[in-house]
Structures are given as structure tokens and as C-alpha cells.
Design a protein around this ligand. Structure first.
Ligand code: SF4
Length: 297
């Protein structure tokens, strides 16, 4: 049985939860509840699919933990139910809860059967109308997902258009080169994203100052991304003092976005919520507030 260890409120209104899987002290995982905001009247939950993660992305706090275990579909559902119960208890309005993003700790496509099962159970039990997941790029399971009877809006964590550099940032790229993942995404788009989901695949691009924000990167992105299939979601890196990466200026991010748009690619800048509570993209480390504060000292 999963156990809630902590709920921390962000100044932007989101709440970060720390859970334990009830199996070991190392079984901590996180989830975030996002409230409706202007322009987005629905609330949503960003949920983990694994305890830790074996992909080991260079910029990600979860990746430093390694993989502990896969979460079961029942544990994912139980966690969501617990969050909704907690939010209700706190007097929050959960009426517009309609969306779950499997974008917390873990690589969802390394836990394929449970992620599939979760979808089927959740549509029967919860008022969710939008399911999404983000993958670092597991081509055979992107293809499997395309042929399966689920409806996941797909996000692909791209982060670099060059194989060599991407292998350093997202080590799974050593196993599956970009060309192979992009071709699996194309298959997913044709089979599912275009008609069933009705949206383009989002290519997430974590902009890292002086690393992947150059004009060469822009040119290569324009070259490899099919504008009919992908929309680029630019994310600004959330700095972590233990990691060497830097957050680029908003001005640079805007230029990057505009250049992509000028070349026909849809692009948006996404600002992660929950940064002050270490709940934003790449910040989840399965620790409670006290542990985080002690480590900061
Ligand atoms: S970014 Fe995602 S896939 Fe990469 S290590 Fe972190 S949780 Fe795993």
C-alpha cells in the first residue's frame, strides 16, 4: 500500500507529494497536483511510473537515483486517489480534474504493461479525458503503444538534435539513435496522434545555456523535425547546484522559439510549475523537504 509522506505547497499553487511504496525505505516517489490557472480551467496530476529511473539523464535529479522498481498500475491509481482525497480535505476544488501526465519519476515505456493497464483502469474509475506520457525514446515501445488500444498524447524528450551530444545528455540514445526514435514517432503520429488524439507530438527541448542553444542546434532541429508531426516544447532548465548546467535567459529562449517558428515549426516556451518545491521537470529526487534543506546547507 502506498503511503503519503509529505505534501508541500508551491507559491504557484501546485502541491508536491512524496509517497513511499510501502516496500522499503528507498521506495520514495513523487507526484504533483496542478490547480486550474488562467487559460487552463482543468487541474491535472503529474505522476511517476517508476521508483527512480534507469535512464540516467545528465540533467535530472531522478536519474541520479538509478532504478529501484516499477510502480504497479494499482499503485499509480491508488496514489492519484490519495492525492484527490488530500486536496479535497484541504478544501481545494478538484471538480475539474481531467488530466494525468505520466511525466514524473521514471521512463513510462520501461514499465509498458503497467502503463497500459493504468490507462484501462483509469478511464473506468476517474473523470480523466486527457492522458499523456513523456518518453526519453524507446522505439519498440512507441510502436507497440501506437498499435495498442490506449490514447496517450506523446511527448518525446529530444534535448539535442545531434546523436553524440544527445548520448551524453540522454544516455538511452547510445542504444537507440535519434533516427530510429524519430521514425517510431512518425509511426505513432500516423497511427494515433493525427486522428485519434488530434494533436502533434511534442518534442521537448530542455534549453541549456551555452550547450544546446546555439544557431547550429537550431539549424539541425529544423532539418530533422517534420513540421507536420512535431511541435517543439521549449523548457527552461531548472538549476540544481549539484549539476553543471545553466538556465538560459528568457531572451535567448524567445529567439530560439521565434527562429523555429520562422522556419515553419510550431514552438512554445513552457515554464515548469513547482520550481520552489523542487517539483519541476528534472527536479524530483524522492526526498522530503527536510532532507532537501539539509542537503542545501
Ligand atoms: S529525465 Fe526522465 S527519463 Fe531521464 S532520468 Fe529523469 S526521469 Fe528518467
Amino acid at each position: 500500500m502506498v503511503k503519503k509522506l509529505e505534501r508541500v505547497k508551491s507559491t504557484d499553487g501546485s502541491s508536491k507529494y512524496l509517497f513511499n511504496d510501502g516496500k522499503s525505505e528507498k521506495g520514495n516517489f513523487e507526484a504533483i497536483y496542478f490547480y486550474p490557472v488562467d487559460g487552463v480551467p482543468e487541474s491535472s496530476i503529474c505522476m511517476s511510473t517508476q521508483v527512480g529511473c534507469g535512464v540516467g539523464c545528465a540533467f535530472c535529479a531522478t536519474g541520479k537515483l538509478g532504478l529501484n522498481r516499477n510502480l504497479k498500475s494499482t499503485e499509480i491509481l491508488e496514489t492519484i486517489a490519495k492525492i484527490l482525497e488530500e486536496e479535497k480535505k484541504s478544501g481545494e476544488n478538484i471538480r475539474n480534474f481531467t488530466s494525468v501526465a505520466l511525466m514524473g519519476m521514471g521512463e513510462p515505456l520501461h514499465n509498458y504493461e503497467e502503463v497500459r493497464d493504468f490507462y484501462h483502469q483509469a478511464i473506468k474509475m476517474l473523470p480523466i479525458t486527457h492522458f499523456s506520457l513523456s518518453t526519453s525514446g524507446v522505439p519498440e515501445n512507441i510502436i507497440k503503444l501506437a498499435d495498442d488500444d490506449t490514447k496517450y498524447d506523446l511527448f518525446f524528450s529530444l534535448h539535442s538534435p545531434f546523436n553524440e551530444e544527445r548520448s551524453r545528455l540522454v544516455p538511452i540514445n547510445k542504444r537507440y539513435a535519434l533516427e530510429e526514435v524519430l521514425s517510431a514517432c512518425k509511426y505513432y503520429y500516423e497511427k494515433k496522434q493525427k486522428n485519434v488524439i488530434g494533436k502533434k507530438i511534442k518534442a521537448s527541448y530542455l534549453l541549456l545555456k551555452d550547450l544546446n542553444d546555439s544557431d547550429e542546434h537550431l539549424q539541425q532541429l529544423i532539418k530533422i523535425l517534420d513540421k507536420d508531426i512535431f511541435k517543439v516544447q521549449i523548457l527552461l532548465y531548472n538549476e540544481n547546484e549539484k549539476l553543471p548546467f545553466k538556465r538560459p535567459s528568457m531572451e535567448r529562449a524567445k529567439k530560439f522559439e521565434n527562429k523555429l517558428k520562422e522556419n515553419g515549426l510550431e514552438a512554445t516556451i513552457s515554464i515548469s510549475k513547482g520550481q520552489d518545491i523542487a517539483g519541476a521537470c528534472g527536479q524530483m529526487a524522492g526526498k522530503n523537504r527536510k532532507q532537501e534543506e539539509e542537503e542545501e546547507r
